[in-house]
Design a protein around this ligand. Structure first.
Ligand code: TMP
Length: 217
């Protein structure tokens, strides 16, 4: 994990997982947990997080497009998000809690749609060289559980309509991300109760808070 520095004192925390893994329930909760402990939090999401990014999100979730176009639009939205929201917030000492980031591109476009990791690495190096989350919580559930949750939810978007094989590859793509940076990830068993998951997240957030206060002390 990258240590907070004088010029970049906030922490960048991300939530990841295949659709239906249950992460979204916990994103707002994590923000509140940190706010209650005196941290100023910027809560945001990808694709999205800016006016332009939200327009790109609408296109990405609804319009058929080539895989390369989809990948480039994810990074276009990300670039705008980084420059106008994430970097200024971190520089101001805020903690940024983000629902998905570049790991999602490795998992969905790289593995799910089989683009491979190399192209995405190139784009990541271009858009955010040397920058990665300080902590990523990967919500993991068996694919059948994710599928069941999705079928019970709202009208599916372009990604949620994909077949089981796509989600199997996407989940494996996330596992590859964990292998590539094991110290950054905490994998959360998304089949546990909401209360148990919150205990796990709270313990990890407490550790991050302790580390950040030592860094400043
Ligand atoms: P959400 O429903 O968690 O907000 O995410 C929207 C969809 O966008 C979800 O199906 C995953 C997909 N996605 C990608 O395919 N690549 C990416 O880089 C990101 C950030 C999201």
């Amino acid at each position: 994990m990258t240590e907070p520095t004088q010029t970049n004192p906030g922490l960048f925390l991300t939530f990841e997982g295949v659709d239906g893994a249950g992460k979204s329930t916990h994103v707002q909760w994590a923000k509140q947990y940190l706010c209650d402990r005196g941290v100023t939090v910027c809560l945001t999401r990808e694709p999205g997080g800016t006016a332009l990014g939200e327009q790109l999100r609408d296109l990405l979730l609804t319009e058929p497009m080539h895989l390369e176009t989809e990948t480039l639009l994810m990074f276009a939205a990300r670039n705008e998000h980084l420059r106008t929201v994430i970097e200024p917030a971190l520089a101001a000492g805020q903690w940024v809690v983000c629902d998905r980031f570049t790991d999602a591109t490795f998992a969905y476009q790289g593995a799910g749609r089989a683009l491979g990791r190399d192209r995405i690495n190139q784009l990541a190096q271009w858009v955010h060289p040397g920058f990665e989350p300080n902590r990523t919580w990967l919500f993991d559930v068996p694919l059948e559980v994710a599928r069941q949750r999705l079928s019970a939810a709202r009208e599916p978007d372009r990604f949620e309509r994909e077949q089981a094989d796509f989600f199997k590859r996407t989940r494996e793509g996330y596992m590859q991300c964990v292998k590539a940076s094991p110290e950054r990830f905490l994998t959360v068993d998304g089949t546990q109760s909401i209360e148990r998951i919150r205990e796990v997240l709270a313990a990890d957030l407490d550790a991050l808070l302790r580390r950040a206060s030592k860094g400043r002390g």
